[in-house]
Each structure stands twice: as C-alpha cells, then as structure tokens.
Design a binder for this molecule. Structure first.
Ligand code: GUN
Length: 296
C-alpha cells in the first residue's frame, strides 16, 4: 500500500489565521471593535511558557489585541480568582485563557467556573460543555475543533456515518472531540487506558483520533487500511546521543504504511490549536456585542 497522505496542519492553520485576520479587519472597519485575548500563565512550566509565547505572537499577527498576565508559581487561588473577575469586567477583553496545568494549590475547575462563559475561549466552562453536548451555540475547545477541521480536510463530506474512535477521554480533547464527531453524525467510540481489546476497537475506525498523551502508543497494526489518523500527542522523548525529539501518540512510521491519511508531529494538530483560539476570540467578540458572526 502507498504511504499515507500527510494532512498539512500548518497550511490549514495558516488559511484559518488569514481568515481570522480578515474578519478582524472587517470588524474594526465596520464597528471599531478590536477583539482582545487575555492569556494567564501561573508559574514557569516550560511547555506552557512556549505555548503562551506563540499565542501572543499569533494574536498580534492576526490583528487582535493580546494581554498576557504572568503570575508567580506561589499565587493563591483567591489571587487568581481576583484576576479572573477583573478580566470578566474588562470590556477590552473578549477571550480569557488560563493556561493549564495550574500549580497544586489552585483548584483548576473552580477557576474555569469563575470565567464568564461568554469569554471562555477554551470552551471549558460547564455552560459551554453543556451547550456543546446539547447542540447549542457553544464556544468549542480549540484542539478538538482543530482536529475536526483536519478530519474534514481529509474526509470531506464522508464524516456522516463514519466509524470514529477517540483514544483518550480528557476534558480538553477526548470528550469534546466525541461531542463534535457526534455532531457530524459519526458513530463514535471513546476509548482509554482501561479499554479492553483496544487494538481491535481502534481497527474499526475510519477516523482515529489519538489523544492519550503517551508517546507512540497507537501502533501500525491498530489502524484499518486507508483510515484517517489524527495525532494530538506532542511528546518529547530521548533519542540517544543526549538528544531528544518530538513524537506523537501514534507510531508514525508504522502508521503511515497502513493509513490513508495522517497528521505529522510536529506540523499537524499543533498549529491548529492556536488558530482556533484566535477564531474563538473573534466569535466571542461578535456574540458578546450581538454582531453578526463571520463563518470561520
Ligand atoms: N494546556 C494544554 N492545552 C491547553 C488548552 O487548550 N487550553 C489551556 N487553557 N491550557 C492548556
């Protein structure tokens, strides 16, 4: 079988970012509104630092207004809740993102529930979670929305009726991914580390989404020939010689020999997350003001 086609997340994300930038320009011209995104980083987790830095740059590049709040690792929960309340009240802020994970002294769920759902561009607030599952107008979590756009890129109109298997059940990716795929009329199975006969379940998938956070967990012989594989994992592993490299949750070389289409790591899902965050910020800015939303 020929090697799987690569799904180019960088290219799809660049298109979405250009569309977001055009929508932001139009919003400013018509209504004098510049959507604002506040990112809150508590502590000095290196991966989170990198992520927040690239978010800040992407925000500026798209013509949005970025606000970054860096708080020390020892910040208390009441201090963080006070900042969230201040951002909720700030009319220049349309989107609030509190980077996870948070230090142990802070209850992340309490912080998520304190964010105004209309500004919850992560889509983690229970009001948005409920709307997503009940088919309402939710703000949708960025990584699974990016995965959906990549799945559409690969499968086009063939999502309805497709067997979709999601590996991983996190609140950030696995669960909202399942809701989005149900919305596309897929037959959805959510699996996890305790699923019995996981390789056999995965082999049923026309669309396999791997989001379990374990390097190269999904092997080539778990994949149905011709399937579309979306790899959410970003894992740094030692590569001998004291060097390291990034791998996904899928054993890429094996999978590429079997799949019909697959996302690379890096350059697949990663770039989509930030593009979708910018998209959510523009959508939130329009909804909050009762303005017509661009289709993004
Ligand atoms: N940490 C890892 N992914 C995410 C995300 O999508 N949003 C936030 N807030 N934190 C994260």
């Amino acid at each position: 079988m020929a090697a799987a086609r690569l799904i180019d997340g960088k290219a799809v994300a660049a298109r979405l970012r250009a569309d977001v930038a055009a929508a932001a320009t139009a919003l400013k011209a018509a209504h004098g509104v510049v959507p604002g995104l506040a990112a809150v980083l508590v502590g000095d987790d290196p991966a989170s630092q990198v992520y927040v830095k690239s978010k800040t740059k992407a925000t500026d590049d798209a013509g949005l207004k970025g606000f970054t709040h860096r708080l020390p690792a020892a910040t208390s929960e009441p201090e963080l809740l006070r900042l969230v309340a201040q951002l909720n009240a700030d009319n220049a802020v349309d989107g609030i993102l509190v980077q996870l994970p948070l230090p142990r002294q802070i209850d992340a769920q309490r912080v998520i529930e304190a964010i105004n759902p209309a500004k919850d561009v992560d889509g983690f607030h229970p009001e948005n979670v409920g709307r997503l599952w009940s088919g309402g107008r939710a703000l949708v979590p960025c990584t699974p929305y990016g995965c959906l756009l990549l799945a559409r890129e690969s499968l086009g109109n063939n999502l309805a009726g497709a067997e979709a298997v999601v590996v991983g059940r996190s609140n950030i990716v696995g669960k909202p991914m399942a809701a989005l795929l149900l919305g596309e009329h897929c037959t959805v199975t959510v699996t996890h580390s305790r699923t019995r006969e996981l390789p056999a379940v995965a082999r049923r998938a026309d669309l396999l989404v791997a989001a379990i956070g374990r390097p190269e967990f999904v092997r080539g012989d778990w994949i149905k020939p011709g399937a579309t594989v979306i790899d959410v994992g970003i894992n740094r592993i030692a590569d001998g010689d004291g060097k390291s490299r990034l791998v996904g949750d899928v054993a890429f070389a094996e999978a590429q020999r079997v799949a019909g289409a697959i996302t690379p790591v890096p350059g697949g899902v990663g770039p989509m997350t930030i593009a979708c965050l910018l998209r959510n910020t523009v959508v939130a800015a329009c909804r909050r003001r009762g303005l017509p939303e661009p289709t993004l």
